[in-house]
Design a protein around this ligand. Structure first.
Ligand code: URA
Length: 240
């Protein structure tokens, strides 16, 4: 790939800033500072240094992030912290896969692997997303049936069947819900359609990827090889 693209992808600077660094000799390829922005480099076989520090370039990177409440699922936002404010390795090409509302917490998968991201989000792939929720009002068997059939949330079509499990039925009920779509405010609108209000929402899994219980809100870690392989190989299968 081009040297300037590699440096910009790694967020060393904007494309024009990295061109300046290259011109000034701050970038070396195999110890040579006589390099050009458009030069093609192979980070697997060549040593690329920036201000004397070796860069470790990985083509694809995969992170699981525990999104806290109050953080926006976007790269930039005028008034709130965004997902990217938490990720130290803030590569220019990283994006969150799917969205969680400002007041929803839990698992966000972040990658620069566009093909995997596309597969996980494609409605045709029916990738299951698991949520824990607290609901104001008594959640009933009728709600389970309604969610299984699909709910009218005011869109052109009913929602796809969702699996609702009641863990505690009370004034504030505790439930688990698995959906395979990602419509805007989907779970809140599904409960609103049966006359109830979501008061807490946390995503715990997406496809084969489960939120690591050791992560606290705002923390993230790289996926293990097993997790990445499972997501790639089984991105069209459902959660347990
Ligand atoms: N459904 C919602 O209503 N909000 C989310 O953040 C995710 C799913």
């Amino acid at each position: 790939m081009r040297l300037d693209k590699l440096l910009a992808d790694m967020n060393i600077g904007t494309r024009s800033e990295v061109k300046q660094y290259i011109k000034r000799g701050n970038i070396t390829v195999d110890g040579n500072c006589n390099v050009s922005a458009g030069q093609h480099v192979d980070p697997k076989t060549q040593t690329i240094c920036c201000f004397g520090k070796e860069l470790h370039y990985q083509k694809y990177v995969y992170y699981m992030f525990y999104k806290p409440i109050g953080c926006v699922t976007a790269r930039t936002d005028g008034s709130h912290k965004t997902v990217m404010d938490y990720i130290k390795e803030n590569r220019r090409d990283l994006s969150p896969v799917g969205r969680l509302d400002l007041d929803t917490e839990g698992l966000l998968f972040i990658t620069n692997d566009g093909a995997l991201s596309h597969n996980l989000l494609s409605p045709a792939k029916h990738v299951g997303k698991v949520y824990e929720a607290k609901i104001r009002g008594l959640v009933t068997r009728e709600d389970i049936e309604a969610f299984r059939r699909g709910v009218d949330i005011g869109d052109d079509t009913l929602t796809k069947p969702a699996e609702l499990t009641i863990q505690k039925a009370d004034e504030i009920s505790t439930v688990r819900i698995v959906i395979t779509e990602g419509r805007y405010h989907q779970i809140k609108r599904m409960f609103a359609a049966v006359g109830k209000q979501v008061v807490f929402l946390k995503r715990t899994a997406m496809g084969s990827l489960t939120l690591d219980p050791l992560l606290a809100p705002g923390e993230y870690r790289e996926l293990t090889k097993q997790e990445t392989d499972a997501l790639k190989g089984r991105e069209d299968t459902d959660v347990r």
